[in-house]
Unconditional design. Structure first.
Length: 358
């Protein structure tokens, strides 16, 4: 049992180390892409002037993030090799019983299902690249909105305006704004302008209004760019989601790769599996627990890992036929059937305890 606990502790340390390096890789990639996009947009704008040393600093950041990312990939691979070496010396049976024939009356090509774990990792990586595209699109959109405001400031017609009303909405219910009355082409307009500067306005204040000669209702002031908040939100909200989704997808891709290596090393073991969701909803809720009973009547407690391949959909029937592979933090439960799926369904999991007699 001491050997099993040593194995569990060693795998936990190595798993945390690999996850940390995978997250570092994702963050370095995100920084690299952000600076590439920002530098490319700046270089493409003929009116943009780099401050002294700014371009050199940008390229230094690009080189530093690329070097750190390459180091993270190298260390992650070294951790994979170290994990296999440690587990070869310690007791793999802490999590799985000895190998046995895989029949069970269900036709499953276990070599194909093992290879599919690697495919899931590649899909997660492709999803990370997709979110990178969303991030790049959001940055480009914000840049276009800013350029449009600057273009209006440079080419628009200027006239005097008067603040009619100042709007200070409650928190979370909109942006501060003001209504401004001005004259353009002999017609009086009253338009709402979003406030972004630190200037305090009161009704009756005079402001310099800049409007589009072809569309006088397209307006800003010298101090306020009056960006379209719907367009800004359309860019910012996906960017915020992408900033979370990119590291999550990169870590997910790394974890699926680790699970594939673990299952390829151990193979699959038949078991009766019961999925137990954490109901009712309460503080500290966690992913479903997975209770496993192997054919030799030994048992182990797993918990579903955070993934799009969740286990809750399989909660309706206890003692499902399934197969378990991997070790420690890198285990997979393979179900022959799942709702709305025509192929076996792999659920990532990690061991909450060592395997013990039933």
């Amino acid at each position: 049992m001491d050997t099993g606990r040593d194995a569990q502790a060693a795998v936990r340390r190595l798993s945390r180390r690999r996850t940390a390096w995978a997250l570092t890789t994702g963050l370095c990639t995100a920084v690299f892409v952000l600076f590439v996009i920002g530098t490319a947009v700046s270089l493409a704008d003929p009116a943009y002037v780099f401050a002294d040393g700014e371009l050199a600093a940008d390229f230094g950041t690009l080189a530093g993030s690329a070097a750190l990312g390459a180091l993270a990939v190298s260390r992650n691979r070294a951790a994979d090799r170290r994990a296999e070496s440690v587990l070869a010396q310690l007791c793999l049976e802490s999590w799985l019983p000895p190998p046995e024939p895989l029949d069970g009356g269900v036709r499953v090509d276990f070599d194909v299902e093992t290879a599919r774990l690697r495919t899931l990792g590649r899909r997660a990586l492709a999803l990370a690249l997709l979110w990178f595209g969303v991030l790049a699109g959001g940055i480009a959109g914000l840049e276009a909105i800013e350029n449009a405001a600057e273009q209006l400031l440079a080419t628009g017609a200027r006239t005097g305006g008067e603040v009619v009303e100042v709007v200070n909405p409650r928190s979370g219910r909109g942006s501060p704004s003001m209504w401004v009355r001005y004259s353009a082409g002999g017609t009086v307009f009253t338009e709402e302008i979003v406030r972004e500067s630190s200037r305090a306005y009161t009704p009756g204040d005079s402001v310099t209004v800049v409007y589009d000669r072809a569309d006088p209702e397209h307006v800003r002031t010298v101090e306020e760019p009056n960006d379209d908040q719907y367009l800004v939100g359309f860019c910012v909200v996906p960017m915020l989601i992408a900033l979370v989704a990119v590291p999550f997808s990169v870590v997910g891709a790394s974890r699926w790769r680790q699970r594939h290596r673990a299952v390829r090393h151990t193979g699959w073991r038949a078991a009766a599996v019961t999925v137990v969701p954490d109901y009712p909803v309460r503080k500290g809720r966690h992913s479903p627990d997975i209770h496993v009973r192997y054919r030799d009547d030994s048992v182990i407690a797993l918990r579903a890992a955070a993934s799009t391949h969740g286990a809750t959909v399989l909660k309706d029937r206890p003692d499902r036929q399934a197969w378990v592979g991997g070790w420690g933090r890198d285990m997979v439960v393979l179900f022959p059937y799942a709702p709305l799926r025509k192929r076996p369904y792999a659920v990532p999991a990690y061991a909450r305890s060592l395997r013990r007699a039933g």
